[in-house]
Design a binder for this molecule. Structure first.
Ligand code: CMP
Length: 139
């Protein structure tokens, strides 16, 4: 297995409910290392640009409104097989279908307000990391 990097976003529902520490603890317990991190309040343009692939989906407007409602915490996670491993730690997109012990099972409300985002492929991870961080930020 190769050492990879993936992008994580702790979403507005989680920052509003003070779940940032609990989520970071699950990430670190899984063996993934946080190599960059920033708290920020996304603009509509940033949220829309980040989720551009979902532009035609019926939930796009709702997704942009939600992602700009409160601050988020963006981070880069590094480790063996990091993309797939973080998706395991997050659990299924819909928290009703997420396995016990996963972030979404423990903290998420529903499929829209699902507490975290993680890149779904190595190729997307590269694009998503570059969206928020410069190479010099990754320590
Ligand atoms: P995420 O992994 O960040 O990628 C796209 C996001 O769109 C997803 O998590 C959900 O938050 C959101 N999403 C996906 N499906 C739906 C849906 N049916 N209704 C509302 N939001 C959705």
């Amino acid at each position: 297995m190769a050492i990879e990097r993936t992008l994580s976003i702790i979403k507005p529902d989680a920052t509003e409910n003070n779940n940032v520490g609990g989520i970071l603890q699950l990430i670190e317990k899984s063996g993934l290392r946080i190599v960059a991190m920033r708290r920020m309040h996304l603009t509509k343009a940033q949220a829309g640009g980040f989720y551009e692939v979902h532009k035609e989906r019926p939930f796009f407007g709702e997704l942009v409104d939600f992602m700009t409602r409160s601050p988020v915490v963006v981070s880069v996670l590094e480790g063996e097989d990091a993309v797939a491993k973080y998706r395991e730690v997050m659990g299924a997109t819909d928290p009703k279908k997420a396995a016990d012990g996963t972030i979404r099972k423990l903290f998420a409300k529903d499929i829209g307000e699902n507490s975290v985002h993680g890149s779904d492929s190595l190729e997307n991870a590269k694009r998503e990391i570059a969206f928020f961080f410069a190479e010099a930020d990754l320590l």
